[in-house]
Ligand binder design. Sequence first.
Ligand code: PA5
Length: 458
Amino acid sequence: MTIRFDYTCMMADVVGERCGIDPSELAALEERAAAIHRDLMARKEGGELPFYDLPFQDQVAGEVRRLADEVAERFDHLVVLGIGGSALGTQALFRALAPLYHNHLSREQRRGRPTLHVLDNVDPCGFGEALDLLAPDKTLFCVISKSGSTVETSGQFLVARQWLARAVGERWKEHVVVITDPEKGGLRAMANEQGIRSLSIPPGVGGRFSVLTPVGLFPLAVAGVDIEALLAGAAQMSARVTRPGLMDNPAYLNAALQYLAYQKGMRISVMMPYSDRLRDVADWFRQIWAESLGKKTALDGREVHVGPTPVKALGTTDQHSQVQLYIEGPFDKVITFLVVEDYGRDLRFERCVEAPHLDFLHGKSMAELIRAEQQATAVALVRAGRPNCSFILDRISAENLGGLLYLFEVQTLFAGGLFAIDPLDQPGVEAGKEYTYGLMERPGFAERKEEVEAWLSG
Ligand code: PA5
C-alpha cells in the first residue's frame, strides 16, 4: 500500500499569506492536538470508538465471505437497499474496485459474481426502473439499516418484498439478507422472527463510519471485491493514523490544515479525484465531513454554527465546469486532489494525418494527459493563491482504498476535536425525519403533521 499526503501547496510560503498556513500555526495547535489524541486513544481503549478495531475483525470478514460466496452462486443480481452511511461507502468502493462497467458485463466476464445496484433513494422512477431491469427469481436484496427504522429504506423494502412475493411467493424471505443492529430495531426483530439471513453492525459504529463492517463488506464481497485486502489496507493505515504527533499522522495533519484554512475563511472543502473510479469516494467523503462536522455548538455562552461545506468535483471533467470559480471566485475553498500514479491501463495517442493540429499529442498517452491536467490545475491554483493538497495513491487497489477511507474516518474524528463538536451524532436531521413521519401518519407524530400542514397552508 502506498498513499502519500502532499500538503506543500497548503503552506503560506507556496500559496501566499492570504490563504496559506504558516508552520507556526500548526505548531500552535500541537498541544491541543496532543490532548485530542489522548482523548481519542482513551475512548478507543475504553471500547467507545469500536470503528478503530474494524480492520482487525477476521472472524467477521470470514462470516461475511462465507455468506457472500454462497449467495453469489445462487443469484445474478444484488440490490442494496439503504441510505446515507448504509449506502455511500459501498457505492464508492464498488465504483473504485470493480470493473467500471461491471453491471454491463456477462456473468463469465464478472468472474461469476452478481451485478450490484446500490439504490439509495425513494424516487419511484429511479427505483421502479431499476427493478424493471431485474429478474426476481435471480435477485437478492440486502436491506441495510443500523436503526432498522429509516423510512426510506423501509419504503424500499416494502416495494421490493411485494415485487419478490408476486414472483416467488413465501420464498421472498430467501431473497433477502438483512444487515442491522445485533439486537435492536424492527428490522432485527423481523429477521429473527422470520428466519431471514442477517449480519450485524457492531453497536457503537455509526452509519457513516460503517463501511468496513458487513454494511460495506458484504455487498462488496458478493460483487467480487477483495474485502480481505480492503481490511489489510485499513489495518496498515491504522499504524499511521494512531501516531500521536500532529506532523507524523496524515489524518491529524490534514484535519489541522483544513481547520486552520476554515478559520481563515476557507469554508468550502472541495474533494477532486482525478479518476473516474474514485469519483464516488468524494461523495462518501461529502457525507462523513458534512454530517460529522456541521454542528451547532456553544462558545463562551454564545450559540455558534460550525462546519466546512464539502463539495465533490471530478478531474478533468470539472475543470470545464468548476475550476474557473476555484481560481477566480471568492477565497473560500480548499481543494483536496486524489491523485493516481498508475492507472493500470493506458491509451496512446497516435498521429492522425488528417488532424495535424494534434501532432503535439503524438506519442503521448491519456494517462500522461490526465496527470498533466491535475498538475496544471494545482499550479494554476497556487498561482492564484488558492490552497490545495493531494493524496497520492500509487494505484487504485483494495489495500489503498481501505487505507484511504480509514484515514478519512480518523481525520473526521480528529477534526471533530478541533471544532469542539461531537462528530458522531447528527441531531440536525431529526426534525426533518419527524415531519416526514408526521406526514406519513406514523403513530406518535400527529403534532408534527399539524405543524407542517399549518406551515404549508400559510
Ligand atoms: O451516518 C449516519 O448515521 C447516517 O447517515 C445513517 O447512515 C443514515 O441516516 C441511515 O441510517 P440507518 O442505517 O439507521 O438506516
